[in-house]
Each structure stands twice: as C-alpha cells, then as structure tokens.
Design a protein around this ligand. Structure first.
Ligand code: CA
Length: 222
C-alpha cells in the first residue's frame, strides 16, 4: 500500500511517516502543495493525507485540482482546530474525510481503514484482533470479552487496540499518549492511567498489567 503525505510541518510529517510505515505503507512526503499535486498526479497511491495550510499551493487548491481531474484516490484532510466552517467546505470540495489537529495516529488509521476497507494485509491491518478472551472488530468498533459484548468509547477502543497490537509489550504512559492521544498532548498528563482504569473496569482487571517502573502491557492469558 502506498500513502502520500502532503504536509509542510516536519514534526507531523515524520509522525505520520513513522506510523504509516509501521502499518505496512510505503510513504512519500511532499512539503508543499505544488510538489504534492505533482506527485499525486504522477504516481499511484492508495491514500493521500493532505494538510490545508501549505506553502506554494494550499491544500484546498490541491484538492480542487485533483478532484477536477477525476482523481479517484481517498483524500483525508488535516485541518486546524478552529476551522469548523472550513471542514464543511473541504468535504464539499472532495475530501473523503478530515481530521482536526491535533489528532492521534489511531484516529487517522481508523479513517484510512474506513476509506480503504483495508483487509488485505491481515498481519497488521486485519479487521478482527483476538487476544485471549478479547475480540475486537475494527471496522465496526465492537469489543467482546468471552463472547459478551462490551461498550467502549472511541478513546477506550483506541487504547485497547494499541495494547492488543503490541501484545505483551511494555508501553509507557508517554508512548500511550503519542499513540492514542496524539503528538500534541501534554506529556505530563495522567490521562492514559485514567483510561487504563476504565478498560479494567469494563473488561476485567486482569486485561492490562501494571509494570513496575512505569508502564502497562496486555495480559498474556495463558
Ligand atoms: Ca501546514
């Protein structure tokens, strides 16, 4: 799978490149709208991630030109926090979906999956993850423990997904913040700890182990 990231902010571009590469994508980055448009036209991609505030050519203009030429590839737009009205315009202009900055990688991946109906690479992007008594249906965002369905919020679901994608691996609070809450989150926040407690309450205290010295990991369920 190939992804084109059109984003001038190096920190966000590398955050996306890192995450998408880990998910099995081949990633190309354009740091301005003109290069992004040229690349999008000349290569075959499975998805395009498009920032709006870009030098040389704005994201809106890139989108209009691509759609004007019948560009068939899903485009997910990255938009600033307060640009609520712009979002409607973006969808009208041909964006398939949008994410408001700051966003987490888990959120982006969920949007990409929804757009691509990914299922080809079962090892990393399969639509169902099972781990011991737990089962996650990713496209439908549903969770079962011992075949009993458990209702989770989107954030709880994203956190559980991260644990089950890294079975047995120790994940520190800063890592969880990056993966679930996104690069813009306060690194001192204890929100990951709070959400681990939510997951334990809903799914059973044994699903996530606290590791001495800091961090958590999914239980082994032997
Ligand atoms: Ca930008």
């Amino acid at each position: 799978m190939r992804a084109l990231v059109i984003e001038d902010e190096a920190r966000i571009a590398s955050f996306l490149e890192y995450g998408l590469t880990a998910e099995g994508f081949t990633v190309e980055i354009a740091d301005n709208g003109r290069d992004g448009l040229d690349l999008a036209r000349s290569r075959e991609y499975d998805v395009v991630i498009l920032d709006l505030m870009l030098p040389k050519l704005t994201g809106e203009e890139v989108l209009r030109q691509l759609r004007g030429q019948g560009f068939p590839v899903p485009v997910i737009v990255l938009t600033a926090k307060d640009a609520v009205l712009d979002r409607v315009d973006n969808l009208n202009a041909g964006a398939d979906d949008y994410l408001v900055k700051p966003f987490s990688f888990a959120e982006l991946l969920a949007r990409i999956r929804a757009r691509m109906r990914v299922g080809a690479d079962a090892a990393t992007t399969g639509s169902v993850i099972t781990h011991g008594p737990l089962r996650l249906d990713l496209p439908r965002r549903r969770v079962w423990r011992d075949d009993v369905e458990v209702a989770l919020t989107n954030r709880e679901f994203a956190l559980l997904e991260v644990f089950l994608r890294h079975p047995g691996q120790v994940l520190s609070q800063p890592q969880l913040l990056d993966l679930v809450w996104g690069y813009g989150h306060d690194p001192g926040s204890n929100v990951a700890e709070v959400y681990v407690s939510y997951l334990r309450r809903k799914l059973g205290a044994d699903v996530i182990e606290t590791v001495r010295g800091g961090g958590y990991r999914s239980a082994e369920f032997r």
